[in-house]
Design a protein around this ligand. Structure first.
Ligand SMILES: [Zn+2]
Length: 201
């Protein structure tokens, strides 16, 4: 009996790692799976283990990928002269779903935020600078969020582009100030993406 209690407590504690899940919700989820959906629970456990073990980062754009290179980077029909920089994989997905963008991406996996220990190194600056210097990229499309940190990151990216002699553009109006791309409706995002403008340097 003691063992069972420990397992249950461990399950509830583990579920709390999910965003927005507190003690009560974790408890409810654990009981739901045990009482009503053991198959679903087992599938969830298998999928979690596989994903955690096998999903890494694309060596070229840093997006999540099972393979060395993600499907977008490996797609030869995507325009290598356009490089769109986003903060997160969710932002990349939002742009893919909302716009007809056919270029490549670079995923920062964050934004400049010195207090949180996020500096250029953590955002993959070395890889990005190498890409800019290789000469294939003609336009760096800066699609960081219109938050204070996102704007600071955009400014820094503009400097990198300028140093490499690459044109930098920024998504236009339409994305609300303080908003996150992931939550902007598709029409607004498509418009902002379509009317991006040169970044002042
Ligand atoms: Zn990639």
């Amino acid at each position: 009996m003691a063992d069972q209690t420990n397992l249950l407590a461990a399950l509830i504690e583990a579920l709390r790692c999910l965003p927005g899940v507190g003690a009560r919700s974790a408890q409810r989820m654990a009981f739901h799976l045990l009482e009503r959906d053991r198959d679903g629970g087992t599938r969830l456990a298998d999928a979690l283990r596989e994903a955690m073990q096998r999903i890494g980062h694309c060596k070229s754009c840093r997006n999540f990928s099972e393979a060395d290179e993600c499907a977008i980077c490996a797609n030869a029909t995507r325009d290598a002269s356009l490089l769109c920089v986003v903060e997160t994989p969710a932002d990349l997905l939002a742009i893919e779903q909302a716009t007809g963008y056919r270029g490549r991406y670079f995923v920062l996996m964050g934004r400049l935020s010195p207090l949180d220990g996020m500096g250029p190194a953590e955002l993959g600056a070395e890889l990005l600078i190498r890409k800019l210097q290789e000469g294939d990229v003609r336009e760096l499309v800066i699609a960081t969020n219109p938050t204070v940190e996102g704007e600071a990151t955009a400014h820094w990216l503009g400097q990198l582009a300028h140093a490499a002699g690459v044109r930098a553009t920024r998504l236009a109006h339409g994305v609300p100030l303080g908003g996150e791309l992931e939550y902007v409706d598709r029409g607004t995002l498509a418009h902002a993406f379509g009317s991006r403008h040169p970044l002042d340097d």
